[in-house]
Design a protein around this ligand. Structure first.
Ligand SMILES: CC(C)(COP(=O)(O)OP(=O)(O)OC[C@H]1O[C@@H](n2cnc3c(N)ncnc32)[C@H](O[C@H]2O[C@H](COP(=O)(O)OP(=O)(O)OP(=O)(O)O)[C@@H](O)[C@H]2O)[C@@H]1O)[C@@H](O)C(=O)NCCC(=O)NCCS
Ligand SMILES: Nc1ncnc2[nH]cnc12
Length: 282
């Protein structure tokens, strides 16, 4: 009996594997400020690491189907956008069945779904800038069948005029391209270890993101604490340095006190890890 070889998998299956791996790596990364990780539940009463893993695995069929839809339609356009919307909503339902109604990965389905589809459209052109540009072109199209729920993101958009997950994708994931990925590479070059490089990438994303999860839970005060605290850790030398670690601990305590969970930043770290692995992998 031969073990299954990687190239026996279809392109769609490989992309779904990569997306789920990115979600599991994000969940396991520790210590993340106020987020679910190996240490505990962060600022969440209804989440834990096992649930994050189960949720990530439940999304594999949706990611595979999104990649297959991209291969079938073969170009950026409304038919692909609306197929992704339908599959994304089915993915959300699978997530809610697995988590008994808790939103674990709504933002991640959106970001990773777009990126998986963008990679499947043109696997030979998957540099970070090429794949995020294609994803943005899909995100800019209007899905006529999308319901308009008064989501937390929609509520803080009304209250504070914040730009959330939709705009992040439509702009081509600037938090990933301009913050997360450059920091990931910089910290790797300093040879402080992969886990610290990933923590630094998360912090870099947090420095500038309008995380609607934080805004909904803790308002502009919480968002400012998140952005300034993350910058302070990086300024102190990042999560591998002693002073950086102390600042990271302080940021964790501060965000926990404010009930401010940076769930959007966590989703974008998963997107960052996915894009990082994509380059040259297909
Ligand atoms: C276009 C959609 C993204 C919908 O957007 P909208 O803003 O209307 O919806 P939300 O559900 O509020 O936000 C989506 C999630 O995106 C994450 N996020 C937040 N800010 C940003 C940001 N600036 N950039 C990128 N991503 C961001 C965030 O996800 C994390 O937060 C989750 C928990 O959030 P919340 O529900 O508020 O839960 P709690 O505060 O914990 O609730 P309580 O405990 O208080 O009750 C966390 O798990 C992370 O996932 C936002 O939640 C898109 O989703 C959409 O249209 N979907 C429809 C299907 C579709 O078209 N799919 C396309 C497939 S490609
Ligand atoms: N690790 C995490 N903790 C809480 N919410 C999240 N949303 C996505 N990843 C998360």
């Amino acid at each position: 009996m031969h073990a299954l070889k990687l190239h026996d998998l279809t392109l769609a299956e490989r992309l779904a594997d990569m997306a789920v791996d990115a979600l599991i790596d994000e969940a396991d990364l520790s210590p993340k400020p106020a987020l679910v990780d190996r240490r505990g539940n962060g600022a969440h009463t209804d989440l834990h690491l096992g649930l994050m893993h189960a949720s990530a695995l439940s999304l594999w069929p949706a990611f595979k189907e999104m990649a297959e839809a991209a291969i079938e339609f073969g170009e950026v356009g409304l038919p692909l956008r609306e197929a992704l919307g339908r599959i994304g909503r089915e993915g959300e339902q699978a997530m809610f069945v697995t988590t008994s109604g808790v939103n674990t990965h709504r933002g991640a389905i959106w970001a990773l779904g777009l990126l998986v589809a963008a990679a499947a459209l043109q696997p030979e052109s998957c540099t970070a800038s090429a794949v995020t540009l294609r994803a943005a072109r899909v995100a800019l199209l209007n899905d006529r069948y999308a319901p308009q729920p008064l989501s937390h993101g929609a509520q803080v958009a009304q209250r504070y005029g914040a730009r959330g997950a939709r705009e992040e994708a439509q702009l081509g994931f600037p938090s990933v391209l301009q913050r997360g990925l450059p920091q990931l590479k910089k910290s790797r070059l300093q040879q402080h270890g992969e886990q610290n490089a990933r923590l630094d990438a998360l912090l870099a994303i947090m420095t500038d993101l309008a995380d609607t999860c934080v805004l909904y839970r803790a308002g502009p005060e919480g968002l400012q604490a998140m952005q300034q605290g993350a910058q302070a850790v990086l300024d102190a030398g990042g999560s591998a340095s002693l002073t950086g670690r102390r600042q990271l601990h302080e940021l964790d305590q501060q965000l926990l006190a404010l009930n401010a969970s940076p769930g959007g930043a966590a989703d974008l770290l998963a997107a960052c890890l996915f894009i990082d692995r994509l380059d040259g992998a297909l």
